[in-house]
Ligand binder design. Sequence first.
Ligand code: RIB
Length: 311
Amino acid sequence: MIVVFGSINMDLVARVQAIARPGATVLSRRADSFFGGKGANQAVAAARIGRGGPIAIAMVGAVGNDPFGKACLDNLRENGIDTQAVRIVGEPTGCAFITVDDTGENAITVASGANMALRAADLPQSLLSKASVLVLQMEVPLGENLEVAARARQAGVRVVWNFAPVPAVTERASMTELLAATDVLVVNEHEAVSIAAAVAMSAGEDYLEAGKAVARSFATTCIVTAGARGAFAIGADGSQIHAAARPIAPVDTTGAGDTFVGVLAHGLGEGLEIGNAMRRACAAASLSCLTAGAQAGMPFRDALERHLAQG
Ligand code: RIB
C-alpha cells in the first residue's frame, strides 16, 4: 500500500494572458474549479497508474464540512483511493487560487483551511503497518509530517518527501530533522537550492551541486526535477541517474510535479529501481501538462505504456 499524508484542495483557476504583477489587475474570461492539493494530486497520480493492480492507495488528510470537501472526498473515492483516514473538520476545505498564463506556467496561492488541522494521529498505525511507501509534501503542519515520517521509518516504511512548497522561513533544525527522516527527497531546482542553503551548504544557484550536497550529507537519495530537462536522481555516494523529459507544448503545468511524485512512489512500491521509476514518472508528468487542471491529464497505466512505447 502507498499512503499519502497531505493536503486536499479545490483549485479555482483563471487563465490569463500574463500573470499579474504585484499591484496589477488582469482580466480572465472565467474561473474553473478543479480538484487539487499536492497530497490529493499525488494520491490520484499513483492510483491512476496502478488502477487494477495489486497496490492500494490510501489518503490521510482533512477537509471541511462543506460542498468543496464533499466533492474532493467523492473525487478521491472515484479514483479508487481509500479515504477512511480523511477527517472532516471545522475549518473550510483548502482552496487554491491559481492563474495560468498562455505558456502553461502558473502562480498559486493556497488558503490552507482544513489542511492545517491534519494531525499525525490521523494516520492510524493499522494503516501505516500495511504501507511500503509513505508520501509527504509541505502543505500540512511540518511537525505532523515529521512525526509520521519518524513513525514510518521505525516501521520500515520508505519515506518519499516532496519538499514543496518551500516554507517562507526554512529553519535549519527542522530541515535537518526532515532530511534525516527521508529516504527519497523530491525537489525542483529552486527547492534544491533553498534546502541546501537552509542547512548551510553553499552550492550557490547550481541545483545539481545542491542536490549532491544534500544527498551526501544526509545519506539520502535526492531527486531534482528540472522541467524540460527531466529529472536527476543523486545518490548518497554521489552517483547520478538522469531521466529525460519528452518535448511537449504544455497547456497547464499545474500538478506536473505531483504527477511525478505519485507515479514515482507507485513505481518504488512496485519494486522498480529508481531510474526506471523516474523515467515512468517523467513521462506521466509530461502527459499531465496536456490538459487543463492538476489531475485531469494524469494518465492511466495503459495510456502511459502507449506513450512510453512511442519511444
Ligand atoms: O501542485 C499543484 C497544487 O498545488 C495545486 O493543485 C494546488 O492545490 C496547490 O496545492
